[in-house]
Design a binder for this molecule. Structure first.
Ligand SMILES: [Zn+2]
Length: 464
């Protein structure tokens, strides 16, 4: 009997890597891509004719709550939290063509960032089926913060999340610039939530005091001016400290203009947007279920939406990430909530790539190359994973999504993997859906059936 050369051969698909597209077979061995094109035989084969072979998606911005964290939060009396752990988050990711997720890792009050990272590393190791990396969320700056940022980077956590929307990190906070500078020295990327805490406080409380605190007024509680002010602060931090900054979930034309100017002047400013702003506008807040659409920053106007699509095509925006922050619908629509307390975030891991393909590639707004750059290649470069991930090249991890560009589906969150149980895009017909997903050489999704198991995911350790 002749030994088969490869563990798995993907036959006849159209390989799309930014700048290059060809129809060829792909040979996978030991979890990696071993050969592109040419003769090959495999122990198993997958017919990919008619499908696009693209790198597995990398969603660098998710909020998953591991079992140990949920237990700690429950002990603190906090029972209403984001509802996906690394297992259901992985199912949603793989179901939507994503093989690697970057999770925001929060410390509980009084904990260090390192303690939180340790908990999420253990939680992900037992729960995850997708690969993962973690972003430590900056805790209030103290004597050890600068050292801790360096130590975390050395241990493979070379990114730092900062919430400028949190009054504890308002501009001028002692030590804040030192934290940015420490991240810069460590080669870490600083992820910044850009909404000015002072403007948010004022706008939210003005609405409540004037009797307009209902959730349908959420967009007015978080104006574009708050985003622009904080983007200006983040850019200033990059200028002053030398840190590379990555603006998460950018939502407005005005904020994008500021980033474009900063980039033109040579500053290391990177831009992420999220699907909500590409597909929906603030008109949704006129619907009876306005609370369903709450995310921060809020939905914006059509002109902002158009500007973001132009930014995706032009390369002014680097990544589209889900900011998957899932709640059950009843918790989103809780009538006790107001513009300040509204629960922020939506489930979007499973719909990120199909919606972007359908609304972007199928409509001609963005090219297939841009789709691949926005959903994997650029995130891999920014987060130190390239070319192990985000590329279809010999030696890269065999993370492949075999995309059916003609498939049509009607989005139905009740049939998806997130425990949220609904999608803000319910009822939307999309063109394009992942047919097969391969994670490090293992076929984990075929025609909607996920065969991955908890604990199969691995830490995708950045290479500095
Ligand atoms: Zn987020």
């Amino acid at each position: 009997m002749i030994a088969k050369e490869f563990d798995l051969v993907v036959r006849g698909g159209t390989i799309v890597s930014p700048g290059h597209s060809e129809t060829a077979d792909v040979g996978l061995r030991d979890g990696r891509i071993a050969q592109l094109g040419g003769a090959m035989t495999g122990a198993a084969e997958l017919d990919a004719r008619g499908l696009l072979v693209i790198p597995g998606g990398i969603d660098a911005h998710v909020h998953l709550v591991c079992g140990a964290l949920a237990a700690k939060l429950a002990a603190l009396g906090e029972h209403t939290v984001w509802v996906d752990d690394f297992w259901t988050g992985s199912l949603a990711a793989l179901g939507g063509g994503i093989t690697t997720v970057g999770n925001m890792t929060f410390a509980l009050p009084g904990e260090s960032m390192a303690t939180a990272i340790e908990r999420d590393m253990a939680g992900a190791a037992s729960e995850a089926a997708a690969d993962w990396f973690l972003h430590p969320v900056l805790t209030p700056v103290g004597d050890h913060t600068v050292d801790e940022i360096g130590e975390l980077a050395a241990a493979g956590h070379s990114s730092l999340k900062v919430f400028l929307s949190d009054p504890r990190f308002a501009p001028g906070t002692p030590g804040l610039a030192d934290a940015f500078a420490a991240a810069g020295r460590a080669g870490s990327l600083t992820l910044v939530h850009c909404e000015d805490a002072g403007i948010l406080h004022q706008a939210g409380h003005d609405l409540i005091e004037s009797g307009r605190g209902a959730v349908r007024n959420f967009p007015a509680a978080r104006p574009v001016s708050a985003e622009v002010a904080a983007v200006d602060d983040a850019i200033e931090m990059a200028r002053e400290t030398g840190a590379s900054v990555y603006i998460v979930h950018l939502s407005s034309a005005a904020a994008l203009d500021r980033c474009r100017q900063a980039r033109a002047s040579g500053l290391p400013v990177y831009v992420e947007t999220r699907p909500l702003y590409l597909h929906l506008t603030s008109e949704r807040f006129g619907e009876p279920d306005a609370g369903k659409y709450v995310g921060a920053p809020p939905l914006r106007d059509q002109a902002d939406r158009d500007a973001l699509w132009r930014g995706l095509a032009a390369g002014d925006i680097d990544t589209v990430c889900s900011d998957h922050a899932p709640w059950r619908l009843a918790d989103k629509l809780d009538p006790a909530l107001d513009v300040v307390t509204a629960r922020q975030g939506v489930a979007d891991l499973e719909t990120l790539m199909p919606m972007l393909f359908s609304e972007g590639v199928a409509t001609g707004r963005i090219s297939l190359d841009r789709f691949v750059e926005l959903t994997s290649a650029t995130a891999a470069r920014l987060f130190g994973l390239y070319p192990r991930k985000g590329a279809i090249a010999v030696g890269s991890d065999a993370d492949l999504t075999l995309w059916d560009p003609q498939a049509r589906r009607v989005i139905d969150g009740s049939q998806m993997h997130s425990r949220a149980g609904y999608s803000v895009y319910d009822g939307v017909t999309v063109q394009g859906w992942p047919r097969f997903v391969i994670r490090r050489g293992q076929l984990v999704l075929a025609d909607g059936i996920c065969t991955a198991e908890p604990g199969q995911g691995q830490h995708a350790r950045p290479m500095l």
